[in-house]
Design a binder for this molecule. Sequence first.
Ligand code: ZN
Length: 266
Amino acid sequence: MERLGRKWGQVKLPKLGWVRFRWSRPPRGTVRSATLSRQGAHWFLSLLCEDGQHTPDQHQVPDSVVGVDRGVMVAVATSDGDLFDPTFHTLKEAEREVRMRRRLSRQRKGSANRAKTKTALARLTGRVRDRRTDFNAQTAHVLCAKNSVVVLEKLNTANMTRSAKGTTDKPGRHVRQKAGLNRAILDKGWYGFKVACQNQARRTGTRIVEVNPAYTSQTCFECQHVDPRSRESQAKFRCTHCRHTDHADVNAAKNTKKRGWTNPDG
Ligand SMILES: [Zn+2]
């Protein structure tokens, strides 16, 4: 890698050779690897650097554990009862996105108008993605600063790749795949959250534990009774056995915490 001037640098990448890039900020530390990514019309070069920063041997608040649930009602719910619920999409933006997608489906493949709609759509989804990234970083920071162990639901990666293949806009197939696609989008958001937690954990010495999330939302935290009917509504949990009630996502987060605590490696 070398610098060409005040604004430009160039880097030699495998298979691509020398690539010029806009020198947006100086790398801190020794460059270990480079990654190219595209967002809409723009390409980004990310450099992974060894910054010499070390992870503390012990967390400032030892023996503090929190369970985190990928909520249905909120984005993130914790076993402490905290609900992190950001707005990634404002109502207006959601409506605009639906309108643009509808327009896109009517526009002829390869037409100039279709390209225009695509660019506008990419700009909108890019904004939503940026907000999600901010949310992930901030929430991960709060959780890792407060806790020496953060227990997360383990993602089903097999599911993720299978539904990701369903990204097609052929009519007919679209409807059937929509449910799977929505799930994939949620999973991707959760993956980003996990990465954000791992990044924060390097600074605080927090240990990130992943557990199998099966039945965490149907299990009563108080008496361990499992019944899908205990999930009275999206938001409310009321045990059909012992009548214990809680916010449905918080109850799930408490179960997640318990699983990570009793079985830290599974
Ligand atoms: Zn119960």
